[in-house]
Design a protein around this ligand. Structure first.
Ligand code: PRX
Length: 654
């Protein structure tokens, strides 16, 4: 079938049924419908209204349904911009995610089905996980780890990653996971920012058939990380690694450890983790989440949106190095006691049907992924999908970036076989859990994440802070919610400035969105200088700083350009230092340099050498103008620029 014909078929389907409604039969069996029946709520609109009228009561009920939180004197305490949930409760998320399952009949249930890239399979029951976590927690205690200590985790997608996170949380330590695709330098900056006492890493992992030598990167990072006292190294690949005084093999330090370990009861508002995310400045922000609210936020949203039940096999195909994995591979699913699939490697290795073979083999019933992955598979063609029996799938999900209707339709038609609703979930590292998302009972409009979930309130504000309809504006959240971030690590001013200053006591998401007449939200992208590449946030200024740190670069401006698969691709305009010759080798050198400074995902797709970049008279780089020029859109008024002639050069470079 030709590309045009295929696209036309998908669009015909889209035209025919603009709103996709779930079947009544399906609705009847959902967790949310059952809850509504128990609470005498007749439909979706009434559910939104009732939960919106009294969110505290709503979250109190959800906490009682899903967690062991108790003894709190207040459900919520709001001292803008800081919130506390379940005030006064003694709690630990690990009790709900793990300990209770060992006694509540889920001991032998599989928590994770792990498949390595080269086909090795491990199945860990809740009891297996419990024992591994306890042993590592005891080993951490032996190394002197105390409540509140920070531990940086630099691990790939292997079961030891959730084990390490849970072991930290169990003893009240704060974990800070760093995506294994980040470079040594990016890892070092994050370790130093939160002053970690311990690092947990591994020798290597498999990616596209090769071993990635992670220990080498960790070693490079730790050459200058003065707070780190000990390094725990898991043996995954058995490749040769360098060895330092502070290093301990994971298997050796856990060998003689007891299989039980007391779970530290801490305050429900004590920090659980720090996760770094890109912002508008070169330095990533350390988003903090706490035990109590986060547990209710993740478990409740997962239970309703993806409707997980006892026999489901859940596959959130993200990496735990990002918030999606934290909330929906680790904490949410474990609290609900479901079985999850975890896959180590590249989606198209050794062939583009790897994912579909996994779905078929483990009878995955609910799949959650990103538009970038969907577009990648779409490009490979449906013949790879059609080789496999995907009839186990009953619900699908999408996250990380706006999903274009074509990708939505392809996902619906070829993966969902026109039987599965698609949950397009809008949320952020900061929100901890889904915020704007359909429930399985919600009529869908492809490309819209639909409405705020029960218990959340969102709006689109114009610059004056008034709600607007049918026009792009600032996406804001009006009430605190349980999974809300608790601040930025050691950066209270930045916290205030980034999220709470523009509209008082109102959370500014940093996205542009539109709300339509039916109250459906259409998120269009970032409002600030943050790019979304393959569903991952990358700050323009982060890449610019990396480019400028190269000895041959004087100045750099980085913009995003629409890309068929990745959503956005990175384009850099670079001004070289006096006397440096621009050439292709230097392009490669600069790309590699960014890879080293940040990680492969941040390498610009295109680098253009220019004499100057458009700036205001105060010296601020005008990315908006550069972007418009680069994609051929109107640049607007440029008379106030310090160097308007540079705009023409941008046009010629492209
Ligand atoms: O711009 C929005 C986009 O991803 C940003 C959050 O990125 P991060 O904190 O890395 O978390 C990604 C996974 C939750 C948002 O500000 N985004 C996320 N989900 C969607 C989305 N944009 C449109 N539709 C979505 N469903």
């Amino acid at each position: 079938m030709t590309e045009e014909k295929k696209e036309m078929d998908l669009m015909v389907l889209l035209e025919e049924k603009r709103v996709f409604k779930p079947s009544e039969e399906f609705v009847k069996q959902t967790n949310v419908k059952k809850w509504m029946d128990e609470h005498n709520i007749k439909d979706y609109d009434e559910l939104l209204k009732k939960s919106g009228d009294n969110p505290e009561q709503f979250w109190d009920e959800r906490a009682k349904d899903l967690s062991s939180l108790n003894g709190y004197s207040k459900v919520m305490e709001w001292n803008p911009p800081y919130v506390k949930w379940f005030v006064g409760a003694k709690y630990n998320i690990v009790n709900d995610a793990l300990d209770r399952h060992v006694t509540d009949g889920k001991k032998d249930k599989i928590a994770y089905i792990f498949e390595g890239e080269h086909g090795d399979v491990r199945k860990l029951t809740y009891n297996d996980l419990y024992i591994e976590v306890n042993k590592l927690a005891n080993a951490l205690k032996n190394l002197g780890v105390k409540k509140g200590d920070r531990i940086s985790i630099y691990l790939p997608m292997i079961p030891e990653l959730p084990i390490a996170m849970l072991a930290c949380a169990k003893i009240g330590a704060i974990h800070s996971v760093v995506f294994s695709g980040f470079s040594a330098l990016a890892f070092r900056n994050r370790v130093n920012d939160c002053e970690s006492k311990i690092v947990i890493t591994c020798d290597g992992f498999y990616r596209k058939g090769k071993i990635v030598d992670l220990k080498k990167q960790a070693d490079e990072a730790l050459e200058n990380a003065p707070t780190v006292e000990n390094v725990i190294v898991y043996k995954r690949t058995g490749n040769e690694v360098g060895w330092n005084e502070k290093d301990h093999w994971w298997h050796e330090i856990v060998k003689d450890m007891p299989e039980t370990c007391e779970t530290e009861k801490i305050d429900a508002n004590d920090p659980l983790y720090i996760l770094y995310t890109s912002g508008t400045t070169g330095k990533p922000k350390g988003i903090m989440h706490a035990h109590g609210g986060y547990s209710v936020g993740t478990a409740s949203t997962l239970n309703w949106v993806f409707d997980l039940k006892e026999n489901d096999v859940w596959w959130c195909a993200a990496d735990i190095g990002w918030v999606t994995g934290h909330s929906y591979i680790v904490y949410g699913p474990l609290i609900l006691g479901v079985t999850s699939v975890m896959y180590e490697g590249a989606p198209d290795y050794p062939a583009p049907d790897r994912w579909w073979s996994i779905v078929e083999k483990y009878k995955v019933s609910v799949l959650y992924t990103s538009p970038t992955a969907i577009r990648l598979f779409m490009r490979h063609g449906e013949e790879w999908v059609e080789k496999h029996d995907l009839s186990s799938l009953r619900l699908l999900g999408s996250v990380g970036e706006p999903i274009n209707p074509e990708a939505w339709m392809w996902y619906y038609k070829y993966i969902g076989r026109e039987k599965c609703q698609i949950m397009d979930t809008w949320w952020q590292t900061e929100t901890g859990s889904f915020v704007i998302s359909p429930l399985p009972i919600t009529p869908l409009k492809p490309g819209s994440a639909t409405k705020p979930l029960p218990g959340f309130r969102a709006e689109v504000y114009n610059e004056g802070g008034n709600p607007i309809l049918n026009a792009g504006g600032n996406l804001v959240l009006l009430n605190p919610w349980p999974g809300m971030l608790r601040g930025l690590y050691k950066a209270p001013d930045k916290y205030m400035e980034t999220y709470w200053k523009k509209f008082p006591d109102t959370y500014l998401a940093g996205d542009v969105a539109r709300k339509d007449d039916d109250g459906y939200f259409w998120v269009q992208g970032r409002a600030d200088d943050v790019l979304n590449v393959s569903g991952h946030r990358i700050g323009n200024s982060e890449v610019e700083s990396a480019l400028v740190s190269h000895p041959k670069t004087a100045e750099a401006a980085v913009i995003g350009k629409p890309h068929k698969v990745k959503g956005e691709s990175l384009i850099a305009f670079v001004v070289l230092k006096e006397g440096i010759e621009p050439n292709d080798e230097l392009r490669i050198e600069l790309r590699d340099h960014v890879g080293k400074e940040i990680g492969k995902i941040a390498r610009p797709d295109e680098i253009w050498f220019v004499n100057d970049v458009p700036k205001t008279r105060s010296g601020k780089i005008m990315r908006r103008v550069i972007r418009a020029k680069a994609i051929g859109a109107p640049v607007g008024d440029i008379s106030t620029l310090a160097n308007p002639e540079s705009v023409e050069e941008i046009g010629r470079a492209k």
